[in-house]
Write a protein that binds this ligand. Structure first.
Ligand code: CA
Length: 228
């Protein structure tokens, strides 16, 4: 179970990560809104603990952007504010639950367990981007009637690119999320897999291209006529 913690108070963020790891969750923290949104979009987390007051983009905007892009990862909002207006905006924007700081550790754990269990009810079996569909069960990438199978790493790279919804993903992010930090893979591995994926995307006649942005990373771009 992978949990993303988005909280700009580093001590609190790191403490939550520590608590979650003690409870046998995998947990990682990021410390601002834009990083939180990018990480939550990656499709690699089973739930997000999201603070409301964040630098860059606040938590309410993060959850709104996630839901707008069709991402239904369970979100537990955290806030120091006790105002009910904040809670209502968070829930309205698409959060699943909320807690006010300071909170009791057992309650956080219990709520996260409930949220990640609930996720089983919402089966997301497909990610779409323009004319592409990625089947999360079979790992088939399709465009119209054409279909190609993706290998394990190709699938993970493509899932990150498609879930990020045209946002730029850095090679370093792909490397750490797809290969892990201890895998011994290099940026050359990322380039090799992106090159395989480009061939496969072209093979099924998709009008989506994986664009390289020098020094930044990759993103998907659609070069078709209509807005699909
Ligand atoms: Ca904060």
């Amino acid at each position: 179970m992978n949990i993303l913690v988005v909280e700009d108070e580093r001590n609190l963020a790191d403490a939550i990560v520590h608590i979650l790891k003690d409870e046998d969750f995998n947990a990682e923290a990021v410390y601002d809104g834009p990083s939180g949104l990018a990480a939550a979009q990656s499709g690699l987390y089973d739930a997000v603990v999201l603070d409301i007051m964040l630098p860059g983009i606040d938590g309410i905007e993060v959850v709104r952007a996630l839901r707008h892009s069709g991402n239904s990862v369970p979100v537990l909002m955290l806030t120091a504010k006790t105002s009910t207006a904040d809670m209502v905006s968070g829930l309205d924007a698409g959060a699943d639950d909320y807690m006010t700081k300071p909170f009791e550790t057992p309650e956080l754990i219990a709520r996260l367990r409930a949220l990640t269990r609930r996720q089983g009810d919402v089966v997301i079996d497909e990610v779409d981007f323009a004319d592409l569909k990625l089947d999360l069960m079979t790992h088939d990438l399709s465009c119209g009637g054409r279909k190609v199978h993706l290998s394990g790493k190709e699938f993970s790279v493509m899932q990150m690119l498609m879930s990020s919804n045209a946002r730029v993903i850095s090679k370093q992010d792909l490397l750490s999320r797809v290969w892990g930090t201890t895998g011994g893979a290099s940026e050359n591995s990322v380039e090799a897999y992106v090159s395989f994926l480009r061939k496969k995307v072209a093979h099924i006649h998709s009008k989506v291209q994986i664009t390289t942005l020098r020094m930044l990373g990759y993103r998907l771009e659609y070069f078709g006529q209509d807005d699909c």
